[in-house]
Design a protein around this ligand. Structure first.
Ligand code: HEC
Ligand code: HEC
Ligand code: HEC
Ligand code: HEC
Ligand code: HEC
Ligand code: HEC
Ligand code: HEC
Ligand code: HEC
Length: 423
């Protein structure tokens, strides 16, 4: 074989190898695009009520077509759950109305859901989303005896270290607070039939979609703003960035209890706090995985915190290794203590003023009341949440820096007040 024909054979061989690789490569690309396609475009939803002869459905398809269209494509409608399963009640039921010959509730309560979802309702009742959320603004004085018993049975529920916000609630008045405190905290509203809460705060009616409940936007209805900026923090965390840039390809409708990293490759609020994931089972008790009372001025450990911590880490372990998790937790514990020290310092500045009567008895009437409150309620909490949920800007510029600035203000205001007294 001449050198030239050897070269030609080599060329033919290398071209065909290249062609083979290109073909395999294209094949893989097409396959992966097709897979993305199936993930990005879930099967079109079927209207399970299309042929329904139920009078509620027939008339409401005319009167309020949106409700019937939304409910028709839900998994519950597909399973044969009908309008009356939630709305229908006996005539003597609390708040029952008569409507088109039926007795029913305009606003079905968790007692109705509980007929089929006993576990979720029991877990929800045992959480701070339940009565503790309501008591946080309205107080416990008007609860019925059975609601009071339910409230007192919530293990982490009666912990209430600061009454400052209740003073704001009274100060602002109902005209304002029905659109403020109540809108968020009524997630734990006591209901006339003895049940508690508004499941529809997270499960928007009438789709009751898992995708909607699992997405972090659902939580941002309430977990937002200077005193609990979990939504803002999440958006700047690596988990949030993964969600915001790739979430449209995730498998949001996986059956409860079957979620893996193949469905959800980075954590969302629900993954860490609610969903069954990794080694942890799903729970509607959002306190089940928390070790600290972070919302408190001075954070302390929760009852049973070691078990809770193991539940949370059982989620992390699906995506991170043990050393990574342990290193993160020790550093975050230390940061929590550091914020505690700053808040204790603010207490040490203000306590002597209270002792010698330099602060009025009225809440929120002196500039120092606001600085003292914001130091822990806004900046202290924000710094801690930023640490635990990976939001560096919130730890720093909306957290630690603001605390230092408020401490300087507090010292000066305190000195002025002492000075005025000396004069
Ligand atoms: C013949 C038509 C018709 C039928 C049958 C009917 N509805 Fe209605 N429904 C209406 C209309 C119209 C309204 C709005 C009434 C209004 O705004 O005052 C309404 C209102 C409601 C409301 C809101 C009530 C409130 O107080 O806000 C609910 C819940 C409801 N319907 C559920 C049902 C259920 C469940 C059934 C089956 C038992 C049913 N409807 C049967 C026409 C109908
Ligand atoms: C899984 C439980 C459930 C089922 C099933 C259900 N609803 Fe509802 N419905 C609710 C809840 C919860 C509300 C919210 C009330 C509130 O926010 O106070 C509601 C509210 C309503 C309202 C009044 C509020 C509005 O937006 O006008 C109407 C009307 C209504 N439902 C009609 C229907 C009809 C018709 C069906 C059957 C096609 C149906 N519902 C099936 C739970 C259900
Ligand atoms: C009569 C029984 C019944 C009642 C009442 C009922 N549900 Fe359901 N629900 C079901 C069944 C059955 C499924 C399972 C559907 C499936 O797995 O495909 C379900 C599934 C769900 C899901 C998961 C949806 C999904 O895509 O898998 C949510 C969320 C839900 N229900 C919320 C509620 C809420 C909130 C209420 C009360 C307002 C309620 N349900 C009342 C029977 C009921
Ligand atoms: C935007 C929704 C929203 C509004 C408005 C709101 N809160 Fe809250 N509140 C929350 C959330 C979310 C938490 C939980 C923070 C955490 O655990 O990190 C909370 C925590 C609290 C707590 C601490 C927990 C406890 O039970 O001791 C109190 C007290 C409280 N809020 C009272 C009020 C009062 C009073 C108002 C009105 C003056 C109000 N809130 C307005 C959402 C809200
Ligand atoms: C704080 C938001 C929130 C509230 C309030 C809430 N849920 Fe859920 N719920 C979720 C999330 C998130 C999921 C999806 C869990 C997962 O990924 O498996 C879910 C899932 C469910 C499911 C599907 C089965 C399961 O356990 O995953 C049912 C049924 C359900 N919820 C019922 C209820 C009922 C009934 C209430 C009221 C007592 C309620 N939920 C209140 C967030 C909430
Ligand atoms: C309608 C408003 C609302 C929505 C929506 C909501 N929350 Fe909450 N959440 C609250 C309030 C109010 C509290 C504080 C209750 C208290 O401590 O008094 C709270 C507290 C919490 C806590 C702390 C519980 C504890 O034991 O201290 C966690 C964790 C939490 N929510 C997670 C979530 C997640 C995850 C979602 C979305 C799937 C969500 N929440 C949706 C209002 C809401
Ligand atoms: C990567 C997991 C992860 C994600 C994602 C996440 N959290 Fe958290 N969250 C945590 C951890 C860890 C803590 C602190 C746990 C402890 O106390 O031991 C925490 C604390 C909280 C608290 C404070 C409770 C208290 O004691 O005051 C609330 C409220 C909360 N998260 C809500 C949310 C919401 C809402 C989102 C989404 C916007 C979210 N979280 C996203 C892991 C997560
Ligand atoms: C479903 C997968 C998943 C779960 C569950 C999960 N993470 Fe992550 N986490 C990720 C991904 C993806 C990244 C981004 C990795 C990178 O930066 O390359 C990340 C990054 C992080 C980082 C790095 C932050 C930074 O600024 O570099 C920390 C810290 C972290 N996670 C803590 C946790 C903790 C604590 C938990 C449990 C409470 C948890 N994660 C649960 C997927 C997950």
């Amino acid at each position: 074989m001449s050198l030239r024909s050897l070269w030609n054979t080599f060329r033919v061989a290398s071209v065909s190898i290249t062609v083979t690789f290109v073909v395999i490569g294209l094949g893989l690309l097409i396959a992966s695009l097709a897979e993305r396609e199936t993930l990005a475009q879930p099967a079109p939803r079927v209207d399970a009520l299309a042929e329904s002869t139920d009078p509620c459905v027939k008339c409401h398809r005319r009167e309020s077509p949106g409700i019937v269209a939304q409910y028709g494509t839900s998994d519950m409608a597909a399973s044969g759950v009908g309008c009356m399963d939630c709305h229908g009640v006996p005539a003597d039921y609390p708040e029952a109305i008569v409507h088109e010959g039926a007795t029913m509730l305009s606003s079905p309560t968790p007692a109705r859901c509980g007929a089929c979802h006993e576990t979720q309702v029991a877990q929800f009742n045992a959480s701070r989303h339940s009565l503790p959320a309501y008591v946080a603004y309205a107080g416990a004085q008007d609860l019925s005896p059975s609601h009071l018993a339910l409230y007192e049975a919530v293990e982490e529920g009666t912990f209430a270290p600061s009454q400052a916000r209740n003073q704001l609630y009274a100060l602002e008045g109902a005209a304002i607070t029905q659109f403020a405190c109540a809108t968020c905290h009524n997630v734990g509203l006591p209901r006339a039939d003895g049940s508690v809460g508004r499941c529809q705060n997270c499960h928007l009616r009438h789709t009751f979609s898992l995708e909607q409940a699992r997405k972090p936007e659902t939580c941002n209805a309430c977990h937002i703003g200077p005193d609990h900026p979990q939504w803002e923090i999440y958006q700047e965390s690596p988990h949030g960035i993964s969600y915001l840039t790739g979430g449209h390809t995730w498998n949001w409708e996986a059956d409860p209890g079957t979620l893996t990293t193949a469905d959800i490759p980075a954590a969302t609020c629900a993954t860490c706090h609610i969903s069954g994931f990794g080694a942890s089972e799903s729970t509607h008790d959002v306190g089940d995985r928390l070790a600290w009372y972070l919302f408190a001025p001075l954070s302390t450990r929760r009852p049973g915190w070691e078990t809770n911590l193991a539940q949370m880490q059982g989620v992390c372990i699906a995506c991170h290794n043990r050393t990574f998790i342990d290193t993160f937790y020790s550093a975050a514990d230390a940061a929590t203590e550091a914020v505690n020290d700053w808040v204790a310092e603010s207490d040490a500045i203000v306590a002597p003023l209270q002792e010698v009567g330099l602060l009025t008895d009225e809440p929120f009437d002196q500039p120092i009341d606001f600085a003292y409150f914001e130091l822990w309620h806004h900046w202290g909490r924000t710094a801690k949440f930023g640490v635990w949920m990976q939001g560096p800007d919130y730890v720093q510029w909306h957290g630690a820096y603001e605390i230092l600035s408020d401490l300087a203000d507090l010292r000066e205001m305190a000195a002025d007040l002492h000075g005025d007294q000396a004069r």
